[in-house]
Design a binder for this molecule. Sequence first.
Ligand SMILES: NC(=O)c1ccc[n+]([C@@H]2O[C@H](COP(=O)([O-])OP(=O)(O)OC[C@H]3O[C@@H](n4cnc5c(N)ncnc54)[C@H](O)[C@@H]3O)[C@@H](O)[C@H]2O)c1
Length: 439
Amino acid sequence: MGAGERGRSTYGRWCLEHPDQATVVAVADTDPDRRAALAADHALPDSQAFGDWRELLARTAETDAVVIATPDREHAAPAIAALARGHDVILEKPIAPTQDEVRAVGEAAARSTGRVTVAHVLRYTPFFSAVKRALDEGLIGELVTIEHAERIGYWHFAHSFVRGNWRREADASPMILAKACHDLDLLRWLAGDRCTAVASFGGLHHFRPEQAPPRALDRCTDGSVRCPAAASCPFDAVRLYVERTSELTGWPVSVITSDPTPVGRLRALATGPYGRCVYRSDNDVADHQVVALEFANGVHATLTVNGLTADNTRQVHIHGTRGELRGRLDTGEIEVRRFLPGAGVTSAGPWDRDEYGRQAVRDDERIVLDAAPVPADGHGGGDAGLMADVVGRLRARRDGVAGADDVARTSLAVSIDSHVMAFAAEQSRHERRVVELSP
Ligand SMILES: NC(=O)c1ccc[n+]([C@@H]2O[C@H](COP(=O)([O-])OP(=O)(O)OC[C@H]3O[C@@H](n4cnc5c(N)ncnc54)[C@H](O)[C@@H]3O)[C@@H](O)[C@H]2O)c1
């Protein structure tokens, strides 16, 4: 359900690339063009392409799983209905934008034989898998603190959270939920326990009318005239979507227009939302937020989410009683430094090579996984990892393999924890107080 960027270009594409693993049998999308495009990709007959997900559920009983990749506010109802029919569900994050709906999805799952996997794709990346393994193997001793940063990238933030679908809380979700439920989920996973208290600050600092350069127009271009502030504005849409991305036809260009020619792009910028001045859009979500978290096992963590960064990546710096670990998702580099001279590296095998097959440089106290590019698209390998995991478990269960689901990387209950942490961060930010979380 939902044949957009995620439904068609991520999950649909994975099925096309792995025809022996999964087959798409039906699609529902309210947009006839998107519905038709996905149906054409998978050679679906008209009878299997629906404008309403209710029809799809009513007429498509023989499915192993339903993918819900509709907009944020259209997640809970189809998820609950799919669970009522006993389907397994791959549910795009966020589970839902409100606590009540998140709870309702949890209750529907408890009543169903179907299982829900929330698309917290970063858990499936080789990078975060290696970070988690380092902690589990005790390479840095007992875990004490985690500093985690989500650096969204100035152009990515402007695309999605100023001009795009996630710019308004009432239409989508608070930024900390929409963008950083992944990071809160990672923190809960790495910390290894539930969160007990949250404090947060942040807000919308930059993308406001009073920050507009003098003489800036309401649009970067109207097709013939270019905004006089363009040369000094990093958010100039013509530079971002036409000049700097001329070779690109996929995301984010595919979001602004289905016609990627220069003329098609300029037409979209002259009339559509992605040509709007970033200072005069109707956005209201925070462009930066910091969160401090306490976990039941005594681990303390900070999360900084920032839309004003040069790069688009995640960084972690984790401290334990015997060492520290520093890593960066886009380069894949992980460095472990241990405190005790001559302690050596206790971990065997896996640290000789990392998940990308790169040789690790190591001495007595230090392991550095050689920096090298990791898959740039597909969330650092996370999208494919999630699909392989879910489909593998579905197939194992169908083949009668005992305990097929015991190896799941995460559960709905734990995904709900990350959402509760996000709602608490919002409450803390608005009420300016520490929010305690009960079990
Ligand atoms: N896991 C991740 O890392 C990740 C990354 C990006 C987006 N997302 C999430 O995935 C979801 C989809 O995002 P996207 O970028 O693909 O958006 P999109 O706008 O490209 O696609 C959404 C599709 O849903 C369709 N749709 C809208 N209402 C519908 C309804 N009631 N029934 C059926 N179809 C409907 C739209 O026509 C559109 O084709 C969002 O909730 C988003 O937050 C997750």
